[in-house]
Design a protein around this ligand. Structure first.
Ligand SMILES: Nc1ncnc2c1ncn2[C@@H]1O[C@H](COP(=O)(O)OP(=O)(O)OP(=O)(O)O)[C@@H](O)[C@H]1O
Length: 340
């Protein structure tokens, strides 16, 4: 999306209830790299490294960062679509990383995902009714004729027609497929949804429609959402608060408004400087981030961003900066307070 439409609701600093639904503590996901004849672990890709944050009930929190910063891995680890290597994921106060398969079932219903790629994420051999109905069947919801009614309702709610349920994914455009993916995620009435770059694979001309649909559904159903994106304009529009990630770590957390008007981390400053600004009255100097994101196999010592940071000082190589609150609700992981 090149320009962000006006936020209809205004950014809410805190969820309406102020109650925490999701609490992520020191989440880690390492992918082992094996080598040699015995296929031993020779290194680890530290995709998510010590990530902590909270999401309030009804809140929409953005997770942003360049490609490779660990956003998708974090989202999937939280849902246990992949197993975290360490840390806690408290959902409604229960650490779901400790649950067995059957106990996890009830939580799976509560926690759903909208995938990034609507072409890869829908089984081409299943009809739309089977795709949307699969989770209903697993969880024994809306049995018998109610199931068809439920699927019809969901299709209409996402802007498709009930008769579409007999068709196959290849008969739909990218935007329509993502609508099917949204209907699938919402079928079981989840309270929490991870939207993993839900529009980035879509044609620019239809991205705003799908973002608007997600926002309308979020408000209507009171969903709690983790909205993953690398496009800051989308995040500013839809999110209450934003978490900025870089190389597996959290760099900054703030309300959307605060983050956009008053970034406190050099990485956020650089990301924002590269984003298009819908308001011509706001001027930003473009900061070029030199080089590529380093390898998560062997991340820089100290602050992982220091090798690309224009404010780095020698201490940044030695100190892993803690995420600390620099003003109410505004957190940053940077040892320098004198630059931003
Ligand atoms: N299964 C895997 N095995 C090994 N490394 C992986 C695996 N999945 C992801 N990674 C690595 O983990 C790091 C984080 O990847 P991830 O996809 O979570 O980042 P991202 O911020 O979501 O990026 P993108 O926007 O491109 O999806 C990358 O370096 C990636 O190569």
């Amino acid at each position: 999306m090149t320009t962000a439409p006006h936020n209809k609701t205004g950014n809410r600093a805190m969820p309406a209830t102020g109650e925490t639904l999701l609490e992520v503590n020191n989440l880690q996901k390492y992918f082992p790299i094996r080598g040699g004849l015995l296929s031993r672990v020779v290194a680890n890709v530290k995709a998510v490294n010590d990530v902590s944050f909270k999401v309030g009930r009804g809140e929409v929190v953005g997770l942003v960062g360049e490609s490779g910063s660990g956003k998708t891995t974090a989202g999937r680890s939280i849902l246990r679509l992949i197993e975290p290597s360490g840390g806690q994921v408290l959902f409604n106060g229960t650490d779901i990383t400790k649950l067995g398969k059957s106990q996890m079932r009830d939580y799976r219903r509560e926690m759903q995902i909208i995938f990034q790629d609507p072409f890869a994420s829908l089984n081409p051999r299943m009809t739309v009714a089977d795709i949307i109905g699969e989770a209903l069947q697993i969880h024994n919801l809306y049995p018998g004729k109610d199931r068809v009614d439920r699927i019809s309702q969901l299709l209409e709610r996402v802007g498709l027609r009930p008769e579409h349920m007999r068709r196959y994914p290849h008969e739909f455009s990218g935007g329509q497929r993502q609508r099917i993916g949204i209907a699938r995620a919402l079928a079981v009435d989840p309270s929490f949804v991870v939207a993993d770059e839900p529009v980035s694979a879509l044609d620019v001309s239809i991205q705003a429609q799908v973002v608007n649909l997600i926002q309308d559904l979020q408000e209507e159903l009171g969903l709690t959402m983790l909205f993953i994106a690398h496009d800051l304009a989308v995040v500013e529009y839809i999110c209450d608060r934003v978490i900025v990630m870089y190389l597996g770590r959290v760099m900054e957390i703030a309300t959307s408004r605060e983050l956009y008007t008053n970034p406190k981390h050099p990485y956020t400053e650089a990301l924002l400087s590269a984003a298009p600004i819908p308001d011509p009255a706001i001027k930003r100097k473009r900061i070029i981030l030199e080089g590529d994101i380093p390898s998560p196999i062997n991340p820089p010592s100290g602050c992982v961003f220091r090798t690309r940071c224009r404010y780095a000082i020698p201490d940044c190589a030695n100190i892993v900066p803690e995420l600390r609150e620099v003003s109410p609700g505004h957190f940053k992981a940077c040892i320098r307070d004198d630059v931003l």
